[in-house]
Design a protein around this ligand. Structure first.
Ligand SMILES: CC(C)(COP(=O)(O)OP(=O)(O)OC[C@H]1O[C@@H](n2cnc3c(N)ncnc32)[C@H](O)[C@@H]1OP(=O)(O)O)[C@@H](O)C(=O)NCCC(=O)NCCS
Length: 197
């Protein structure tokens, strides 16, 4: 398990956020830490909520429970421990909240795909996305893979981690497996990127 610094505590204003992401309210800073670890079954609902928040903005593919349960061993999560949040009933509770996720899906004997990488907007630009990719890269090396692949709209982020843009004709056939199930099938705007590991 790895830890990173949480973002500064937001000021509590007593109002519920209209944002589709959970509101974070003030908390004692020394009680907080963000842990990066493999996902468990109990995390499925929060992973879906996080990913589908971005899918609704057309930034990534939507994922349903069947996909996430079947592939839960692919998933890595980052959770902010001991965050006080308001539940739907507006009761203040202390929970640990999933603030980021990503998954490594093995495609073939030498290549794995980074999928479903999503960081809660309140936790972006803290290095969490990079740390999750590093975590999955280590897993990929342990598995004996030689390349990581991703389809993305955020070329600059992956470029910063050493991924290189690939022309559609250069991509290995295995990477197209999910495309027939993708809502963007007829108007794909994503870029294929590869990292040799
Ligand atoms: C893209 C995303 C995963 C980045 O996560 P993050 O934790 O904010 O990334 P990091 O803090 O590790 O960023 C490292 C650097 O990558 C670059 N970067 C980060 N997000 C970026 C973005 N959206 N566009 C372009 N470059 C970006 C920046 O140079 C950043 O450095 P900086 O914070 O000093 O500016 C996150 O913004 C996200 O979840 N976006 C919405 C969903 C999405 O697009 N997922 C990728 C689908 S494959």
């Amino acid at each position: 398990m790895q830890y990173v610094e949480p973002p500064p505590d937001p000021k509590p204003d007593g109002k519920k956020s209209k944002d589709k992401f959970t509101t974070v309210v003030a908390t004692a800073r020394d009680e907080r830490r963000i842990a990066i670890e493999k996902a468990q079954i109990r995390d499925v609902e929060e992973i879906i909520e996080l990913v589908n928040g971005f899918a609704a903005m057309n930034l990534m593919l939507p994922r349903g429970p069947q996909y996430v349960y079947e592939n839960i061993r692919d998933f890595v999560i980052a959770s902010d421990k001991n965050v006080p949040v308001y539940s739907l009933t507006e009761t203040r509770e202390v929970l640990h909240m999933i603030v980021a996720c990503g998954s490594l899906h093995v495609l073939w004997d030498d290549i794995g795909e980074i999928r479903a990488l999503a960081i809660n907007p309140a936790y972006q630009h803290l290095g969490l996305g990079s740390k999750l990719v590093e975590f999955m890269k280590e897993e990929a090396i342990q598995l004996g893979l030689k390349h990581l692949f991703t389809f993305t709209l955020t070329e600059e982020f992956f470029k910063g981690l050493g991924f290189k843009r690939q022309g559609r004709d250069e991509l290995p056939p295995k990477v197209w497996g999910e495309c027939s199930r993708c809502p963007k099938y007829f108007k794909c705007d994503e870029i294929g990127m590869v990292l040799d590991i």
